[in-house]
Write a protein that binds this ligand. Structure first.
Ligand SMILES: [Zn+2]
Length: 199
């Protein structure tokens, strides 16, 4: 008996066969296991995490969830800098815009880059817009990371005159108006992110 396993994003109906336990780590809320075989206990879209071998079924509503989970990608604005961390208010969660979100995260200096970062302000400044990954949750606060090419600052203004900064090299930005040069931990698409994320 060979049944095909579902692909990520497939529509699943309650009772559908999903695979075997040797193949997947089934989610307790949306599947049940009988004699080593996994079946759906609800109707919705399946998420297949190929790295962790996890499967989970969620409805469209849940896909639009406003709850932040570990592994999510968030975009937010830097509200403040501390000696060893920054505070971020989230604008978007998994590409969905959540203005007025009350979510708040912070990035510790050790989670900024694969490379050693000595001072927070070499990587971020207040009002920078940053893309980060959620790595841990502690009560209402989320610990974020910007290690990886796609993560880091996606938009920054000059700290002196407020003009948008242009990328001039690896983690280097320059203000075309006043000539000020600053460093940041940049995402690889710095400057290509649409303006509507700013406000
Ligand atoms: Zn300037």
């Amino acid at each position: 008996m060979s049944k095909k396993s579902p692909k990520d994003g497939d529509i699943i109906v309650t009772g559908d066969y999903l695979g075997v336990v040797e193949e997947f780590l089934p989610d307790k809320q949306s599947t049940f296991t009988k004699e080593g075989k996994i079946y759906a206990t609800k109707t919705g879209l399946i998420t297949v995490d190929n790295k962790e071998r996890k499967i989970e079924i969620s409805t469209h509503q849940e896909k639009d969830r406003k709850v932040v989970k570990i592994g999510d990608t968030v975009i937010g604005v830097i509200l403040f800098l501390r000696l060893y961390s920054v505070g971020i208010s989230f604008y978007t969660i998994n590409k969905k815009i959540h203005f007025n979100s009350n979510y708040f995260g912070n990035i510790h200096v050790s989670q900024i880059s694969d490379k050693y970062v000595e001072k927070i302000h070499d990587a971020f400044q207040i009002t920078d817009i940053v893309r980060a990954r959620v790595v841990q949750q502690e009560y209402n606060e989320y610990k974020l990371s910007t290690t990886g090419k796609h993560l880091g600052v996606i938009y920054a203004d000059c700290v002196i005159c407020g003009n948008p900064l242009s990328k001039i090299g690896y983690n280097k930005l320059k203000c075309e108006r006043c000539g000020n040069v600053e460093s940041r931990k940049l995402a690889n698409d710095y400057g290509n992110v649409t303006n509507n994320l700013r406000f």
